[in-house]
Design a binder for this molecule. Structure first.
Ligand code: NAD
Length: 349
């Protein structure tokens, strides 16, 4: 069945949705509403019908789905207005300003019986899909620690993202993706959240944060987002009980190092460091490791919309479920609390 999309907030990300949606069969972007006439002129130029009023957009727009892609503080009211008009809603991330706002959005979607989902598109990132494959297929054994990070070096947070009132800061901006990726991958409850935040060059919001999430089994995941890191570290680094995997940067360079033998199966060399001898930190002999390439994966962002349309057509189960988005929001709220109090926060999410 053909689906038609109307966009609220035709800024940077909406333009990306519009351009990329052309690759999705049976999906057509048809209209846009924005408070900025310049953005509406761009939308018109790109073939969309533009609206200067939300009421008119919802009353006269010929679409069954709405994408909300405004700054974060407007998501709730706009998504609810669209759902009240009977439209299905895809909302950009972070879905809202709090778990309470999210609950209000979920309630309306249930009352109106419309689809409601969130654009957690980084579930389709190649680096993430590779890490999932490595872990799911046991290539490093049972993981005991996962590190996921994104580092920028400019030290500048642009536009509304630098302001608290708009839902700015790195936890809400990037953290929501990285936490979602980990929670979508690990089929366990989070039991403990510890977080530290800094405002190095952006006074109002966090421009650096580091959090450690602990899961029921004891597995822990460290997630770090920095905007002023002039030297970087791997995007992913995972240790399991039979190996390690790392991925550097967006080009997905990296590898797997697999243990061929246990440390008890050879006589460890004693390494003489400047400050004294060590066996524990001696490198493994070459014959005790196997270096493997990363597996290849095929992934396509457009599968997000293909899934949404498959759900509307009764053929697929929704991938980004509101209940999962809620779990992530509760963890982010625990991060804020931990950063504020300096304490780890016990949760059961
Ligand atoms: P942007 O500033 O480029 O665009 C926002 C647009 O919304 C602007 O055109 C602005 O005029 C319009 N707008 C502001 N208030 C409005 C209102 N009340 N009603 C209607 N229009 C309004 O911002 P952006 O980078 O496109 O981000 C928009 C959303 O997309 C944010 O929630 C952001 O977190 C999200 N985003 C997601 C990803 C992703 O990978 N999923 C990437 C970038 C941005």
């Amino acid at each position: 069945m053909q689906h038609r999309l109307g966009i609220i907030g035709y800024g940077g990300m909406a333009g990306w949705h519009h351009d990329n949606s052309k690759r999705v069969e049976n999906l057509e972007c048809v209209a846009a509403y924005d408070i900025d006439p310049e953005r509406l002129a761009v939308a018109e130029k790109k073939g969309l019908k533009s609206f200067t009023s939300l009421d008119e957009f919802l009353a006269k727009g010929d679409f069954d789905m709405v994408l909300v892609a405004t700054p974060n503080n407007f998501h709730k009211e706009l998504a609810i207005a669209a759902m009240n008009s009977g439209r299905h809603v895809v909302c950009e991330k972070p879905v809202a300003m709090s778990s309470q706002e999210l609950q209000e959005m979920i309630d309306v979607s249930e009352q109106k019986r419309v689809l409601f989902t969130v654009h957690q598109n980084r579930r389709w990132d190649k680096d993430y899909r590779i890490i999932r494959k490595v872990i799911d297929e046991g290539m490093v054994g049972k993981p005991y620690t996962i590190e996921s990070r994104v580092h920028g070096s400019g030290g500048v947070i642009h536009g509304w993202r630098a302001y608290k009132v708009a839902g700015g800061g790195m936890l809400l901006d990037w953290g929501v993706h990285l936490i979602d990726q980990i929670m979508y991958m690990v089929p366990e409850k989070v039991t403990n959240v510890f977080c530290r935040m800094n405002s190095i060059r952006t006074p109002e919001v966090d421009d650096y944060f580091k959090t450690v999430l602990t899961f029921e089994s004891g597995l822990h995941a460290q997630i770090e987002v920095g905007t002023y890191c002039l030297r970087t570290l791997p995007r992913w680094y995972v240790n399991g009980d039979v190996g390690s995997v790392y991925i550097n940067g967006w080009d997905c360079a990296g590898g797997i190092v697999h243990a061929k033998k246990l440390a008890t199966e050879w006589v460890p060399e004693i390494v003489q460091t400047a400050a004294g001898p060590t066996r524990t930190m001696a490198p493994r002999p070459k014959e005790a490791i196997e270096e493997l390439p990363l597996p290849t994966v095929e992934t396509d962002w457009a599968d997000f919309y293909r899934n949404v349309m498959g759900v509307l057509d009764g053929k697929q189960e929704l991938i980004v479920k509101p209940a999962e988005v809620m779990r992530v929001f509760k963890v982010m709220e625990a991060c804020f609390k931990s950063a504020e109090t300096g304490e780890a926060v016990a949760v059961s999410v």
